[in-house]
Design a protein around this ligand. Structure first.
Ligand code: SAH
Length: 356
């Protein structure tokens, strides 16, 4: 057995006893194992972390989403009590910036009960420092009923995906087994897969193509839609991904701001997959979906330039350069501005959300 992490060793033993696991199970264990999982044990973001997310780049991101939420709340009739939900809030930065910006309308803050859906005890501690009044839940299903405004930034990309390969004998699922040298190895699970589980537009892809589905993401999209049909509300989903279902292997691992093999550093690297917004929209068909647009055009639509200009008025030259740099990272082509996509779901019949 080569140089490995404690979680790799556990997985090798498990697979030797009970057989290969799917790539989705591998991802679930690598990220969520109660003792050694990536999100359970680490603080993934920031300079010492493995990657940086939009709210950590600039306060403008959370602030604009705060104004988006206030506008949406008013459009929904300004409910006197509602759940302000964030899925996977990371360090709690987005919600802290959102609430600060939203304080221009005090009734919004009075009406909101903040709920965080978070699996990591480490991150829950950080979130409590930023947003002491929040409530925590393990899943969306555990939250109380009622009107809701929900935000999720880079949450769905952390949910496990099942990955399939088209062979000359049809579609097969990718799995993880153990090689004769006792290393983890990628391969195909033996049973053929019914192509009906794949997005319609990729089912007939040519031999050698990859396809992915994210069952947990689809379940969450349909749960959100159910809540939005029972009570007034809206949800804003932002993630690295594509507007239309497409073929391709998008599963990637990042450690220390660098790409690494997905099977090495198990539990020590962040593993994500691109989000298929077309599939999420279909799963949420009980609600009304906006188009899926780029993060750049969403933030432009909400007025990020004006916010950057306002922040620069009282800034030192260094701070002004930081603000300009953040604006470029968040909205630029071939940066987050085009790689990240945004889609909103609302209660059918509700006014259209801002920014689309
Ligand atoms: N939204 C934050 C963090 C994104 S990282 C930001 O933009 O900075 C993904 C977040 O989702 C982390 O907080 C992680 O712990 C959480 N997470 C990942 N999978 C989860 C799951 N299945 N259930 C609950 N939280 C999860």
């Amino acid at each position: 057995m080569s140089d490995t992490t404690p979680l790799t060793r556990l997985l090798i033993e498990q697979i030797e006893q009970t057989g290969p696991i799917s790539l989705a199970d591998y991802m679930r264990i690598a990220l969520g194992h109660p003792e050694h999982g990536y999100y359970t044990t680490r603080i993934p973001f920031g300079a010492d972390g493995d990657f940086i997310t939009a709210p950590e780049i600039s306060q403008m991101f959370g602030e604009l989403i705060g104004l988006w939420a206030v506008d949406m709340w008013a459009k929904l009739g300004g409910p006197a009590a509602f759940n302000l939900v964030e899925l996977g809030p990371g360090r709690g930065t987005l919600m802290a910036d959102l609430l600060r910006a939203a304080s221009v309308v005090p009734d919004f803050g009075k009406a909101a009960t903040v709920h965080f859906v978070e699996m990591s005890p480490t991150l829950r501690t950080l979130q409590a420092e930023r947003v002491p009044k929040a409530h925590w839940a393990d899943t969306l299903a555990d939250l109380p009923e009622g009107p809701m405004i929900l935000i999720a930034n880079e949450f769905v990309d952390a949910l496990p995906v099942r990955q399939f390969v088209r062979t000359d004998r049809g579609w097969f699922e990718r799995g993880v087994s153990v090689s004769t040298e006792r290393n983890l190895a990628l391969g195909l699970l033996p049973a053929p897969v019914d192509r009906g589980i794949l997005p319609p537009s990729v089912r007939d892809a040519r031999e050698g193509s990859y396809a992915e589905i994210c069952p947990a993401g689809l379940t969450i999209a349909s749960e959100i839609a159910d809540r939005l049909t029972a009570h007034a509300g809206a949800a804003l989903l932002i993630d690295y991904g594509h507007a239309r279902s497409a073929t391709g292997d998008t599963v990637q691992a990042v450690h220390n701001h660098k790409y690494v093999d997905i099977l090495t550093r198990c539990g020590e690297a962040d593993i994500t997959a691109h989000v298929d917004f077309e599939a999420l929209t279909l799963a949420a068909k009980a609600a009304t979906a906006t188009r899926t647009i780029t993060q750049g055009s969403f933030l432009h639509g909400l007025g990020i330039e004006a916010r950057a200009t306002a922040l620069k008025t009282n800034a030192t030259p260094e701070q002004a350069a930081d603000i300009a740099g953040a604006l470029k990272r968040l909205t630029g082509e071939s940066e987050m501005g085009s790689l990240f996509k945004v889609m909103a779901l609302t209660t059918p019949g509700a006014p259209a959300p801002a920014g689309f």
